[in-house]
Design a binder for this molecule. Structure first.
Ligand code: GRG
Length: 313
């Protein structure tokens, strides 16, 4: 293994995530006025954004900033921004014209509570706010390098925009929608395209912009980009595996729901064993990208990868 066992045991991952989530939640809470008009819009934005969620993307952003030697506070506006983008993508994904879901993060979805027009506009406003929040100078602490930081912010904003637009998240959603309702099995390369765009692209942006704002070198940024793409795909492969194993446990059968349903998954295309092997390969690829960094500073990213690989739901 490229990572010493000691680094893997002496790190309190739960405490790490809890502290980051609390700090990010404070930044998100402060970013949207509770009592300014239009009240319905700000209320809906706060409802969607402060509804819980694991805050994995902000944690990745802060950890990437730290691994290249930056202070986490330099990347906090970006960490808040990636959660705003993630949340708006969920709000739009839940709409009746897309996935038509009534529940999200254990609560009624935004359009169920506020109506469809407000839910669409809540997503639009959160997307705009993400860039506004990163661009405004007063989001940053006083110890940023005033000569270098503005250029890093511009680069980070460009990176985020690219990863979520028609080359990234939105592209993944469009191709996924094209596949929905089709009775044909999605080929493996198409399935991978969907996951790399719909899920991995925002994880990639989170990590890359954290590293940019932390002052990472181009080489460090590209290594972290590869790390993020591996864990992004891993996230979905594990999701597919859990879908099968969880539903087979619930049903008390060996054949799970997704092996029988129309949705194309990795277990359906590769079988459960090969899917698990693929997940192991993605995890080891991700860990390998971290091997050149200071191991103590890389511990959060290592544990985030392990968490994505070994989570139970
Ligand atoms: C980004 C401009 C723009 C538009 C959005 C609707 C849409 C276009 C994209 C849908 C993207 C989507 C729903 C991707 C799935 C992402 C995913 C893996 C969600 C689950 O993430 P977790 O487990 O959730 O991190 P929590 O609730 O913990 O944050």
């Amino acid at each position: 293994s490229p990572v010493p066992a000691a680094a893997a045991t002496e790190f309190d991952f739960q405490a790490y995530m809890g502290e980051r989530a609390a700090a990010v939640n404070r930044a998100l809470d402060a970013s949207i006025p509770a009592d300014e008009p239009p009240a319905a819009l700000h209320e809906a934005m706060r409802y969607a954004l402060l509804a819980g969620g694991k805050r994995v993307r902000p944690a990745l952003c802060l950890a990437a900033c730290a691994v290249v030697g930056g202070r986490e506070a330099w990347a906090m506006p970006a960490a808040a921004a990636v959660e705003m983008v993630h949340t708006m993508s969920l709000v739009h994904d839940d709409l009746p014209c897309m996935d038509d879901d009534d529940l999200r993060r254990g609560k009624p979805t935004c359009h169920v509570v506020y109506g469809e027009p407000i839910a669409v506009l809540t997503g639009d406003a959160l997307l705009s706010l993400s860039f506004h929040h990163m661009a405004r100078f007063d989001s940053y602490p006083p110890d940023i390098d005033v000569d270098k930081h503005p250029a890093r912010v511009v680069r980070a904003i460009g990176e985020l925009a690219r990863c979520i637009g028609s080359e990234g998240l939105v592209a993944g959603q469009v191709v996924d929608l094209e596949m929905t309702g089709s009775t044909e099995t999605v080929p493996l390369d198409r399935l991978e395209y969907i996951h790399l765009h719909k899920t991995a692209a925002l994880l990639e942006a989170s990590v890359v912009i954290g590293a940019i704002l932390g002052g990472g070198s181009d080489e460090q940024i590209e290594r972290l980009r590869k790390y993020a793409r591996s864990i992004g795909l891993l996230f979905q492969v594990v999701d597919d595996i859990l879908d099968v194993t969880k539903s087979s446990e619930e049903l008390g059968k060996t054949a799970g729901k997704d092996l029988a349903s129309d949705k194309t998954t990795y277990p359906k295309l590769l079988g459960l064993e090969k899917s698990r092997e693929f997940a192991e390969k993605l995890l080891s690829d991700a860990r390998e990208q971290l091997s050149g960094f200071d191991q103590e500073k890389a511990a959060p990213l290592l544990h985030l990868a392990n968490y994505i690989a070994y989570r139970q739901n």
